[in-house]
Design a protein around this ligand. Structure first.
Ligand SMILES: [Zn+2]
Length: 482
């Protein structure tokens, strides 16, 4: 097995010769990739690139796949201290767990929580995360610093709620929109931070602010992240209040458009799928979130067929790109494929493409990242495919989706720089951060007014063991002869 040396890969200019390069045209062998100035400077046949750059020493990686980094189109970086606190909980966890947890964060703990999440994401092969807006009472630049220091690209949402959604008071729309304008002008993207606006759920902002955020983001080339049609109770509240489902309501108030990144969109009528396709709005399909706390699975195979833009998101469940792509296919197969006898179910390529280029497009970075092509940001993974799980290879996209694993990641690059080498950052102390997070996380959770409906799994087991019988016990039978 080839062991690419760490030192060779730490140069600013790299001439890489992987076994396979995953391009927009599919997996290609005999390709070389020139990384320079943070971008893919050239991609093409090995012989041509070697001839064109005789002064560069090629780094040969015959048992590696060079592929675009995964894009997580929906994350909550400052919820990372929560983790299993949400397991087993019924829907709308944000009211009972996430919002109290985030509000208990101070500047240091918010930074550490976000950096912990960023490290987990990098370890799972994500090179971009869309952060959908923290509710922590800190300057959102704390989150920007954490992701920048970790070395991951971040689409950074600023919460623009100006109506109470049951988790906070109304805010002054003028103040909210002024902050939105400042946020959109604050980051240039050069330092891996791409500003974005966020509204937690449609009911958390007034109609005027929903429309205004859409306009501001569209003008700035940014996205607005909104949780849409995720839970049945929210759909029903919207129907009672407006006579419209949340997505229909966003359409009515003028916030449906290519700038919208709708998280979840699981509970959709056929006409809402048409609204998404016609408006050019994008969706973050979050299959693990559906399994862990949702009411439905987004009809993503249908999205692909109908031309709805979408990527894949974790929603902070677990930062593992391979398991996310696998879950994306698996959830479609169980909910739609089995019922219709669709044994292809998008094939491997659909889910790999949505986990990378599709996600970049949905997050508003389609022109920048998500593919291995000249001019694109050099956000990529070196995946070791020399192990028994991946050989012999017959269909690489599907093998990566179904059998790929983060322990195969030899290195993760963002903007042409190595950010992870065999699971850990080469230039900052990852294990120390994890230790600090474990310590701070316990303190924050103790402080937060988290309300859980579900006991821990062991308490659930004990409860089940001592639970009273559901039906009246039958009368005792008499023993012995009558
Ligand atoms: Zn979310």
């Amino acid at each position: 097995m080839t062991d690419p040396t760490h030192d060779l890969l730490r140069h600013d200019t790299l001439l890489l010769v992987p076994g396979v390069t995953l391009t927009s045209d599919g997996p290609l062998d005999r390709q070389a990739v020139l990384v320079r100035g943070g971008v893919f400077d050239d991609v093409g046949p090995v012989e041509r690139l070697l001839r064109a750059h005789p002064s560069l020493t090629p780094v040969r990686l015959p048992e590696h796949v060079l592929m675009p980094g995964f894009v997580d189109t929906h994350h909550h970086l400052t919820q990372s201290f929560g983790g299993a606190l949400a397991f087993g909980e019924p829907s709308e966890i944000f009211r009972r767990v996430w919002v109290p947890l985030e509000r208990a964060l101070d500047e240091e703990s918010a930074y550490v929580a976000a950096k912990l999440a960023a490290l987990e994401s990098l370890r799972g092969g994500f090179t971009t995360v869309a952060e959908s807006g923290t509710r922590a009472a800190v300057d959102v630049d704390v989150v920007a610093s954490a992701t920048r220091d970790a070395g991951i690209r971040c689409v950074l949402g600023l919460v623009c709620n100006d109506a109470s959604d049951g988790t906070g008071a109304d805010a002054d729309a003028r103040v909210v929109l002024a902050a939105a304008e400042r946020h959109l002008a604050r980051y240039g993207g050069a330092d891996l931070v791409h500003p974005s606006l966020a509204v937690s759920v449609p009911e958390a902002a007034t109609a005027a602010t929903l429309a205004a955020t859409a306009r501001l983001a569209a003008d700035a080339g940014a996205v607005v992240q909104i949780h849409v049609n995720e839970h049945l109770v929210a759909v029903e509240r919207s129907l009672v209040r407006h006579g419209l489902r949340p997505l229909e309501y966003l359409h009515q108030v003028g916030s449906l458009g290519p700038q919208l990144l709708a998280a979840h969109a699981t509970l959709l009528t056929p006409s809402e799928v048409t609204l998404l396709a016609d408006s050019g709005a994008a969706v973050s399909y979050n299959p693990v979130a559906s399994a862990w706390k949702g009411n439905a699975v987004a009809p993503a195979t249908l999205f692909a067929e109908r031309g709805v833009r979408f990527g894949l998101g974790t929603d902070g469940t677990r930062g593992d790109g391979f398991r996310l792509a696998d879950a994306a296919e698996f959830a479609q197969r169980l909910t739609y494929g089995l019922a219709s006898g669709d044994s292809s179910c998008g094939a491997g390529w659909t889910w790999l493409e949505r986990a990378t280029a599709g996600g970049a497009d949905a997050a508003g970075l389609g022109g920048l990242t998500g593919r291995v092509a000249p001019g694109a940001a050099a956000d990529f993974l070196l995946v070791d495919v020399g192990g028994p799980e991946m050989q012999p290879s017959w269909d690489l996209p599907w093998e990566l989706v179904r059998r790929g694993n983060r322990d195969q990641l030899t290195a993760v690059f963002v903007a042409g720089r190595m950010r992870l080498w065999r699971g850990w950052p080469p230039d900052w102390d990852g294990p120390a951060l994890v230790r600090r997070a474990a310590e701070l996380g316990r303190r924050v959770v103790r402080r937060a007014q988290v309300v859980r409906a579900h006991p821990t799994s062991m308490a659930a087991r004990n409860r089940a063991a001592t639970a009273p019988p559901r039906f009246p016990a039958p009368p005792p039978t008499r023993r012995g002869p009558r």
